[in-house]
Design a protein around this ligand. Structure first.
Ligand SMILES: [Cu+2]
Length: 316
């Protein structure tokens, strides 16, 4: 059943002080042809800033330390689609990391400034779906050192995360990653402890290998990766999922995880597929701030979905 759900997401805009910035402004240009494809191997260099595994050029957007910025995520341009922000099957955390730009994301440089796993009855992905426009507001820590930074946004889809990716590469968590370039101004001096990406997640981490379909587990979910940096804490706040090691993981411990009947997932995805088939206008509706390249990517992505759907039908 893996790879049936192709409804993913990207960081579409970054709004600072009322100015909305798109890809190529401060968001790095998207991977072509399928800009919304997930990364699946947490030890891949694609984890740093998304496929194809290296940070790309983008203009720097200025932001004041301590101020808010708004991220907007989107999957399709047609806002009438139920999955236009992200498919409802894709539940999981949203995380945002920063690293000094000069590092190009390499080394022990990344610190986490936002996370929402599951709290107040909502997954991180529920926040952007619930907003209807895919928007999420975060705050830049007030006390970090001014300078140029990479901002890395990450949405993790846990819909196939009940099986360890190391054991079955057609399953595992899906990582939707984008990087943006920002210049932080202010009078802070702090340089929070950094961690390597790839390296912060193992396929068997409790926030990565997780059974979304066991409702008893959901309230106890905690987001993966290093502890959150909180302004004023003069160092990272320890949390129960703090990393015990910063080594990139090449091994993952054997897991006693059961395999899971997939009927509930399959039903959900079939519904989405039917919905999508009944609503072909996704390719006709175009939002203003897309470049023509982005539009082409969108078409490629849709065509890929259609081809896959035909393939699925043929198998059935
Ligand atoms: Cu997806």
């Amino acid at each position: 059943m893996a790879a049936i759900a192709n409804a993913h997401t990207i960081l579409l805009t970054l709004t600072i002080d009322g100015t909305e910035n798109a890809a190529g402004q401060c968001i790095e240009p998207y991977h072509s042809p399928d800009r919304t494809s997930p990364v699946k191997d947490p030890s891949s260099s694609d984890m740093t800033c998304g496929i194809p595994g290296k940070s790309k050029d983008a203009a720097l957007c200025p932001v004041k330390a301590g101020s808010e910025m708004r991220l907007q995520f989107q999957n399709y341009e047609d806002s009438s689609r139920d999955d236009w922000v992200i498919d409802k099957s894709h539940k999981g955390p949203i995380l945002v990391y920063l690293a000094p730009l000069e590092s190009a994301g390499k080394g022990d440089v990344w610190f986490k400034i936002f996370e929402h796993g599951y709290s107040d009855g909502k997954w991180g992905t529920d926040l952007i779906r619930g907003d209807k426009e895919g928007k999420l507001t975060i705050t830049i820590p007030a006390d970090i050192k001014p300078g140029d930074y990479l901002l890395r946004s990450e949405v993790i889809g846990l819909h196939e995360a009940y099986i360890d990716y190391a054991k079955d590469k057609s399953n595992g968590a899906q990582y939707f990653i984008n990087c943006a370039h920002i210049t932080i101004s202010g009078s802070g001096t702090l340089e929070p402890k950094g961690y390597p990406i790839p390296g912060i997640y193992k396929t068997s981490d409790p926030g990565i290998l997780f059974d979304l379909y066991d409702g008893n587990k959901t309230p106890n979910y905690s987001a993966p990766g290093p502890s959150l940096y909180v302004a004023g804490s003069s160092g990272s706040v320890k949390s129960n999922n703090d990393l015990s090691s910063t080594e990139p993981s090449s091994t993952s411990s054997p897991s006693s995880k059961k395999t899971k009947p997939t009927s509930s997932v399959a039903a959900d995805e079939n519904n989405d597929t039917l919905q999508a088939q009944g609503n072909p206008k996704g390719i006709e509706v175009v939002v203003d701030n897309s470049t023509s390249a982005a539009k082409k990517n969108k078409l490629d992505c849709l065509n890929k979905r259609r081809r896959r759907r035909r393939a699925i039908k043929t198998i059935v």
